[in-house]
Write a protein that binds this ligand. Structure first.
Ligand code: NAD
Length: 308
């Protein structure tokens, strides 16, 4: 079985690396937080003292990092640096190593790394995920890949150990474009579902009854089926746990920023995405950045309280 270097063991990366171990891969991990590495070591991972140490000799490198700047600086050596010990992964991995970045980042950063990898004869794919922390733990993530046919084929074994649906969206960067299109739509659905539910509640309706009606009517959508934002309607979702866990508002703000940058680049009209970004930015500024993104529901519940 191949050796996988896994770098970035946060809310998503930790359980993803654990699923690779369960599937029989030899997994060598690195994170800036040593407690995150320790948790994986207890599940059978080898640990490294640096990202390069983890990646050297691996067949596959998987990264799961916060943003584009982290991915660029980890993979590509800073041309202005004189520090020889601070090389990018592309300059230390063995020939033939497959590079897979699962972070949600801007498509330009993904293409930048893919181009540098190609210059060294290496395959890189962007493979952002959908499915959240629950999907990461259950090994049921959706992977949305951008890269060559060859790299996509090579990545199947590792991706299947962490996910249930693996898509090839197109060439380098295409996975990131598809991912931010999806998250822009998700944010709009969450806001629209929240305002509709609250309006029903304001008129005296039971939000569970209203949700059941809308689920099987023309307003039905994923947030009503799987992630109801109104507390108490659905068990085991963040709204019924004071909006803890799940997908942070700060990360949704990041993704909506990426979608608006992408819209500018392609001169696309995205008025709903722009409004959703503005609402989420405001929500984050009110101290909700670390809470789940379904907490946007409270913005509408609050307006009712003000009226009283
Ligand atoms: P997180 O902040 O929990 O984890 C990121 C990890 O990366 C941290 O443990 C951090 O220490 C580590 N890290 C940062 N720079 C590093 C470096 N140079 N070397 C080694 N480790 C480094 O974030 P997360 O929730 O796991 O999200 C990771 C990515 O997945 C983000 O791009 C996010 O947008 C995306 N994503 C998250 C979710 C979700 O529900 N949380 C869902 C889909 C996609």
């Amino acid at each position: 079985m191949s050796t996988v270097a896994f770098i970035g063991l946060g809310n998503m990366g930790g359980p993803m690396a654990a699923n690779l171990i369960k599937a029989g891969f030899t997994v060598k991990v690195f994170d800036l937080v040593s407690a995150a590495m320790q948790a994986l070591a207890e599940q059978g991972a080898l640990t490294a003292t640096s990202a390069c140490g983890a990646a050297a000799g691996a067949d596959i490198v998987v990264t799961m990092l916060p943003a584009g700047k982290h991915v660029r600086s980890l993979y590509v050596t800073d041309a202005t640096s004189t520090d020889d010990t601070n090389k990018g992964l592309i300059d230390v991995v063995a020939p033939g190593t497959l590079l897979i970045d699962c972070s949600t980042i801007d498509a330009d950063s993904a293409r930048f790394v893919a181009e540098h990898a190609a210059n060294k004869g290496l395959e890189f794919i962007d493979a952002p995920v959908s499915g959240g922390t629950a999907g990461a733990a259950a090994g049921t993530l959706t992977f949305i890949c951008g890269g060559s046919d060859k790299a996509f084929e090579q990545a199947q074994g590792a991706l299947n150990a962490m996910g249930a649906n693996i898509f090839h969206a197109g060439g380098p960067g295409a996975g990131q474009v598809a991912k931010i299109c999806n998250n822009m739509l998700l944010s709009v659905l969450m806001v629209a579902t929240s305002e509709s539910l609250q309006m029903g509640v304001d008129h005296g309706l039971d939000p569970k009854v209203l949700s059941d009606i809308m689920k099987v009517s023309s307003g039905g959508n994923w947030t009503l089926d799987k992630y109801n934002p109104c507390p108490g309607v659905m068990e085991s979702v963040p709204s019924s746990n004071d909006y803890q866990g799940g997908f942070m508002v700060d990360l949704m703000v990041k993704d909506l920023g990426l979608s608006q940058e992408a819209a500018l680049l392609s001169n696309s009209s995205t008025p709903m995405g722009a409004l959703a970004r503005s609402l989420y930015v405001n929500h984050a500024k009110q101290g909700n950045g670390k809470r789940d993104f379904s907490s946007i529901f409270e913005q509408f519940a609050q307006s009712k309280q003000i009226k009283k």
